[in-house]
Ligand binder design. Structure first.
Ligand code: EPS
Length: 404
């Protein structure tokens, strides 16, 4: 079983993540891991924080001479911004000598849409900062670090993952426009909104600019595509083993995600069966049957079917508005405008990168379930044997005679 836990506040010293269950012997590419963190920092519409940070990992445990040992892997991503927040965020009971930054007043006016109100009541905090620091999407840097290791395991077996942004506010790809894996992977890393269509991207930029000018924020949608996924990850036999359910949970728990779609997603509700289900066509000698379409997003019955896995995430607008919504001050219980924290206008491109990380994590977990072993060598052997069984199964031809 692959699992990870994160810790860390947005303006604390660092984020940490522990990934447990990685097999031994995987050669790691640390530069590739840091490149994923850089991707998450990008995108048109991010706030000033990303100009301060330059996220990179320090590996504390579980790796020796560039390879995983099978032990838990512990990673640390420092917050450069910490120097500006020591006086507000110090761990010690008393202000430590030489603490830098400024002491900020308590946050008492919850932002509609954020965890502020429910979190403060649930945990009994008068200073909402105790909630928002952990509820912040800064935590997703730790997820991307963990997901990047999962991605490297999958890549070892030919699974590759990419994403693209399909909607920002009212700017979106035209209906029926499918973005292939190759198209998604070819999107330039500095593409402002990670959109596959240049014209739509221009409209997305204009939408973000308009929202910024209005003191408002924008959400949107993105799609994660995994290619090279073998048949048979997940299972139809039990609710908690269905891979679409597991992907749904993993996507839904990303900050600000309010809906998830697999394949054509909500569109299945309005089309007739004949335009939803992907026909199964004979293949050539020894090949797997062909699927002329992939509306199912690579998942049937909660099991991967060998087609690209396609998962959409729908993100609400960031809940810190520079032109704030009405709220209540929890100290006076009088009407006030919601608090303003430094924030982003739009973070959909970053969420897409986080989505890739979460999909990588779930697929790697399911991959280890099916092909598992304690070392890469064991997994190699199991994977090759299964691939050969599948090949033989599809190569076999048995004529069935009609009953007399
Ligand atoms: C984020 C860091 C945060 C925000 C954003 C995501 O930095 P700061 O709060 O210092 O500006 O930019 O978090 C939120 C939008 C949120 O609501 O918490 C990051 O590293 O991605």
């Amino acid at each position: 079983m692959l699992r990870f836990l994160t810790a860390g506040e947005s303006h604390g010293q660092a984020l940490v993540v522990m990934l447990d269950g990685m097999p031994a012997g995987l050669q790691l590419d640390i530069d590739a891991l840091n490149a994923q963190l850089r991707r998450r920092q990008g995108g048109y519409g991010r706030g000033r924080r990303m100009a301060i940070e330059s996220d990179h990992v320090e590996i504390l445990a579980g790796v020796r001479h560039g390879r995983t040992t099978g032990a838990p892997i512990s990673l640390l991503v420092r917050n450069r911004d910490w120097v500006n927040w020591q006086q507000t965020m110090h761990v010690e009971a008393e202000m430590p000598e030489g603490a830098t930054g400024v002491q900020r007043p308590d946050v008492t006016r919850p932002r509609p849409g954020h965890a502020d109100l429910a979190g403060a009541v649930k945990y009994g905090h008068t200073d909402i900062r105790n909630v928002l620091e952990r509820a912040s999407a800064r935590e997703t840097a730790a997820r991307v670090a963990a997901g990047s290791l999962a991605r490297q395991l999958l890549a070892r077996f030919g699974v590759r993952i990419a994403s693209h942004v399909s909607v920002v506010g009212d700017a979106m790809l035209p209906e029926g426009r499918t973005v292939s894996f190759d198209e998604a992977v070819a999107i330039a890393e500095d593409a402002p909104l990670r959109c596959a269509d240049a014209d739509v991207q221009q409209r997305m930029i204009a939408a973000v600019d308009a929202a910024r000018d209005a003191g408002d924020t924008l959400g949107g949608a993105f799609e994660v595509i995994a290619t090279g996924v073998p048949i048979g990850l997940g299972s139809h036999v039990q609710w908690d083993r269905k891979l679409d359910g597991r992907l749904g949970q993993a996507m839904m728990c990303i900050h600000a995600i309010k809906a998830v779609g697999i394949g054509i997603g909500p569109e299945v509700a309005v089309r007739p069966g004949s335009r939803v289900h992907d026909e199964i066509r004979p293949a050539g000698e020894a090949g797997v049957p062909l699927r002329p379409s992939n509306n199912a997003g690579g998942l049937e019955g909660g099991v991967t079917n060998g087609e690209d896995v396609r998962v959409m995430g729908f993100m609400k607008p960031i809940s810190t508005l520079m032109n704030p919504l009405r709220s209540v001050d929890l100290t006076t219980m009088r009407e006030e405008l919601a608090a303003i924290e430094r924030s982003d206008v739009c973070a959909v491109p970053a969420a897409a990168v986080v989505g890739e990380a979460m999909v990588a994590f779930v697929l790697a977990d399911a991959f280890l379930e099916k092909f598992g072993g304690d070392s890469i060598d064991e997994i190699d052997a199991h994977y090759a044997a299964t691939a050969e069984q599948v090949r033989q199964r599809f190569a076999a031809r048995h004529e069935v005679s009609e009953p007399a």
